[in-house]
Design a protein around this ligand. Sequence first.
Ligand code: DAK
Length: 257
Amino acid sequence: MLKFLLTETFPKGVLNIQLHRPEALNALNTGLLAELADTLDNAARNDAVRAVVISGDSRAFAAGADIREMADLNAIGVMNDPRPQHWSRIAAFPKPIIAAVNGFALGGGCELVMHADIVIASRDARFGQPEIKLGIIPGAGGTQRLIRAVGKSLASQMVLTGEPISAQRAYDAGLVSELTEPDLTLERAQQVAEAIAAQAPLAVNQAKDVLLRAQETHLSAGLAYERKAFTLLAATEDRNEGIQAFIEKRRPEYKGR
Ligand code: DAK
């Protein structure tokens, strides 16, 4: 029984996860993060799930880590904090994640957005890393992923001033792939997730893996990694099905084999 999330799996292979702590603007307390990591672990093992949409509500995607909870932690508490392990499990989820962002995505909320493969945002969304205003710095990859997403100058400005940016700015900088009207964000994210869920699952998972690898490595190693994944997929039934369906002018029926 989940306390901080609402989940629904749709027949076309999309799992929707809604962060649900509206009284705290969906602040990511330890319980919520644990539920999210557990839910994704289960989804990784469930063949019926091909893509995941993570959303908040109209006011906030998530306003960061739970500041009240953080206030109780001393240095030893931070060292023994289970949250980095939850974040690692979220980062290791092998299927595509689409973030549907309305309202605030701040601190850990912005970092969660950057754990998604694709970000669809409402025109009223705000993205920021305000930790500096609390005397701390981002702790779930915010400095590293933000710089890769928006470049050095804008990332440094956001992290060092703590000031948020608009959805338009986030879109222009490449943090967001599409902007929508506020009441269409979730619907659009679901459409994108369904489009992915209709593709060959093994190819989708390999594509995600190789795309993420691009952030970890230099070009020649990344290209070699891509070549290995490409070759591996030549051994799948779905690759034959995809090509055969094109030749026969019909829709492919992928089996994940
Ligand atoms: N934590 C706890 N409660 C929060 C919250 C948060 N981050 N953000 C908002 N709330 C609560 C408010 O306290 C308020 O509760 P009540 O007073 O009604 O009980 C309720 O949500 C509504 O918020 P406001 O009344 O403040 O709403 P406004 O519209 O006036 O302002 C706001 C919205 C988003 C501008 C404001 O709430 C705000 O500035 N929130 C804090 C944003 C923030 O600083 N976020 C960064 C938190 S630090 C780590 C990994 C990650 C992190 C740390 C460690 N490890 C792996 C070790 C991440 C750190 C952070 O994210």
